[in-house]
Ligand binder design. Structure first.
Ligand code: JCQ
Length: 425
């Protein structure tokens, strides 16, 4: 992935040389380039700010240095990128522009996942009272960039640099290979809408002061894995209720998507790598029917490995549907890496014993509702012989694309999205 950062304090970004992010850069997984905005200010004092029209406190960042800096970054797609660092295809490539600011859309784990599948991101660090509004128009209209103002939270910083450090770390750690141990991405807060349970390590009895011992909760020493799982889940619920009651509302559990009628009786959550084994198993159970209907069992969900499922979770936004803890359905969506205007839907599955109750249709609506507002098309693929799926998709407004689908023996179906709103601050 390529990352460009423009700032008047390039030294502020020095921490990105450290730790796992620094290693990812040295390993060639991250091509991170920091630019000094003042290099694009040509007056004697290299000034980047001026007083606001209309009056008011403070200073505003001038349009000209920003326009030149962004044009310089956006026009540098072809050069210097190590092999594979810019998967988007060098020449016509354009970065997605992120401008940290208190007036932006919230930065969430879901947005981090969305950004992690982009080949190229550029960050513009504002200061003072902000950047002249015409810079945003210029970046979008003249440079052809998708511009998103993004907020870390409801507080004010002196500039965007610290926000960029946080966003780059949250995005880069999702890239394959940046965190060596894929297990580290398992069971994390904000992946399924609940805060994490408390953790303990040795010693089991710790003398925190002379004569004062603090013990690890005995359930964790019991070796009873079912009891441990139940205790941890209870801890997560209690913590979430105390610290983040806002997360307990259903609409927050699966960001961006209302839970459709048929799903109301089920628990819908964002999938985490901990769900991978069950997803693999449910996929096998569901796609055997497809294999039979299409005369071939050589189809991805039937032949993929557990690792493939884990990898899929970092490339796609995946949702799980559970009934009393049992995984009974799933679906996933992502921006088409080849065509960012398309929202790809995949692995739509419902446990065989619960099919025919509208769950599949509801899951389809759920993943469609999570499509980024700037995507114009929903895309799905199924076997030519999968008549039941084809009927469901037709009913949902999908039409077959003439010719062979993405895989031999399959058909692609697309549906135009109704444009909701534009997510620019
Ligand atoms: C980010 N929450 C707060 C400060 C101006 C774009 O112009 C400006 C940007 C900043 C930095 O961002 C924040 C922030 N998330 O303050 C001033």
């Amino acid at each position: 992935m390529r990352l460009d950062v423009v700032s008047i304090f390039p030294e502020y970004l020095a921490p990105l040389d450290l730790s796992l992010i620094g290693k990812a850069r040295r390993d060639g997984l991250l091509d991170l380039r920091v630019h000094d905005l003042r290099d694009f200010a040509h007056d004697r004092h290299r000034s980047v700010d001026d007083t606001p029209y209309g009056g008011g406190a403070g200073m505003v960042m001038k349009p000209q240095p920003w326009a030149e800096a962004l044009a310089h970054v956006a026009g540098s797609g072809g050069e210097g990128a190590p092999e594979g660092a810019l998967e988007g295809g060098a020449e016509g490539a354009r970065p997605r522009l992120i401008v940290p600011g208190p007036g932006g859309v919230p930065f969430t784990q879901a947005l981090a996942r969305e950004l992690a599948v982009e080949p190229w991101l550029a960050f513009a660090c504002g200061r003072y009272e902000g950047i002249d509004e015409r810079v945003y128009e210029y970046a979008a209209q003249d440079l052809g960039l998708e511009v998103s103002v993004v907020s870390l939270g409801d507080y004010v910083l002196n500039g965007g640099e610290v926000a960029v450090l946080a966003m780059v770390e949250a995005v880069a750690r999702l890239l394959p290979g940046v965190i060596g141990n894929a297990e580290s991405l398992v069971e994390e807060s904000h992946e399924d809408g609940l805060l994490e349970y408390p953790v303990y390590t040795k010693p089991s009895s710790w003398e925190s002061a002379p004569g004062v011992t603090r013990d690890v909760p005995s359930v964790l020493m019991s070796g009873d894995h079912a009891r441990i799982a139940a205790w941890r889940h209870q801890q997560r619920l209690e913590r979430t209720a105390t610290r983040r009651p806002d997360l307990l509302h259903a609409s927050q559990a699966a960001p961006g998507a209302p839970v459709e009628g048929a799903l109301a009786a089920f628990d819908v959550a964002v999938a985490s790598p901990a769900d991978a084994p069950e997803l693999l198993t449910l996929g096998r159970a569901c796609w055997v029917t497809e294999g039979r209907a299409n005369g071939s069992f050589d189809i991805p969900p039937l032949v993929e490995s557990l690792q493939d499922v884990v990898d899929g979770l970092s490339q796609w936004q995946t949702w799980t549907v559970r009934s009393a803890g049992r995984l009974v359905g799933s679906v996933r969506g992502r921006r088409d890496p080849q065509d960012p205007s398309t929202w790809q839907v995949g692995r739509l599955m419902v446990a065989p014993d619960l099919q025919g109750r509208g769950l599949g249709r509801a899951l389809l609506a759920h993943v469609e509702a999570a499509a980024p507002s700037d995507t114009t098309t929903c895309w799905i693929n199924t076997g030519r012989g999968s008549e039941r799926n084809l009927r469901t998709y037709r009913k949902a407004g999908y039409r077959a694309v003439p010719g062979e689908g993405a895989y031999p023996g399959t058909v692609d179906l697309t549906k135009k999205r109704r444009r909701a709103s534009v997510d620019q601050g």
